[in-house]
Design a protein around this ligand. Structure first.
Ligand SMILES: C[S@@+](CC[C@H](N)C(=O)[O-])C[C@H]1O[C@@H](n2cnc3c(N)ncnc32)[C@H](O)[C@@H]1O
Length: 246
């Protein structure tokens, strides 16, 4: 059962894997991309202080950042071992406006409680993403904001996803913005906006090493093309940050 795979994941990835999870984002080769994404999330959230629900928070690195920014944060995850790592991260950060809870985001028990909610890299593990979004809708206050950054089309078939599914029995879905927006609108969310993820914007600007060999003007031209492709096409199926309002 996939949910059991999520629950057992930390125990099965061993000490090195758990240390990686606990040390995020600094333990991850994608640290810069992750911090860029989180910066973008901060820019679309309602200002702190506000009550924020961090869904599928894992080892709680995003929750700690939100708390340090001044939000009153509940981080939730289905895996008790993840929440144990998150508790250790909370203690190390010395923040007291942050609490964690072990529960399933497909059956949340909150009503009209939060000003904001965030799925960062977590909704694509849902067995029933519609139930997860419906629970978040109920958990938000009227006018509350949900922000999602999830992997899009191609994620489920990527080699690392197939390995995770085979070895650990977790769920790995494609979760593109167009699907999130369709489900969210059916539930009652309004004002859906899709932005390129900060990570994709930053990758186009700062990564693409083959462009370093081109003259500046030509590499700028290619980057402009990349930005256009991202803004006009790719953000809806590949690299999108979705902002929804209750
Ligand atoms: C890829 S990890 C991302 C964790 C964290 N957001 C981060 O960026 O490090 C996905 C997380 O979703 C959690 N998860 C999966 N299914 C869940 C469910 N039904 N309810 C709550 N959490 C769930 C997993 O336990 C895991 O911690």
């Amino acid at each position: 059962m996939a949910k059991q795979g999520e629950i057992d994941y930390v125990a099965r990835i061993g000490e090195v894997g758990a240390a990686h999870a606990q040390g995020k984002p600094f333990s991850d080769p994608d640290c810069g991309r992750m911090l860029a994404d989180l910066g973008g999330v901060f820019m679309v959230l309602p200002p702190a202080p506000a009550r924020l629900l961090d869904l599928g928070c894992g080892s709680g690195w995003t929750s700690v950042f939100f708390a340090r920014r001044g939000y009153d944060v509940i981080g939730q995850d289905i895996a008790p071992d993840m929440i144990a790592l998150a508790e250790a991260n909370r203690a190390a950060a010395g923040v007291d406006n942050l609490a964690f809870t072990v529960c399933d985001y497909e059956s949340l028990g909150f009503a009209d409680t939060f000003d904001a909610a965030v799925f960062y890299d977590a909704l694509h593990h849902a067995e029933d993403p519609h139930a997860a979004l419906a629970g978040v809708y109920k958990a938000l206050k009227p006018g509350g904001v949900l922000v999602t950054i999830e992997p899009g089309v191609g994620h489920a078939e990527a080699e690392h996803s197939r390995i995770a599914v085979d070895m650990f029995g977790v769920t790995e879905r494609d979760m593109p913005p167009r699907d999130i927006v369709r489900m969210a609108r059916a539930i009652g969310f309004r004002g859906a906006r899709v932005y390129p993820t900060p990570k994709m914007l930053a990758m186009i600007q700062y990564e693409m090493p083959m462009l370093a060999r081109l003259p500046d003007w030509l590499s700028d031209l290619v980057r402009w093309g990349g930005m256009g492709w991202l803004m006009l096409v790719a953000k809806r199926w590949r690299g999108g940050m979705v902002v929804l309002r209750k």
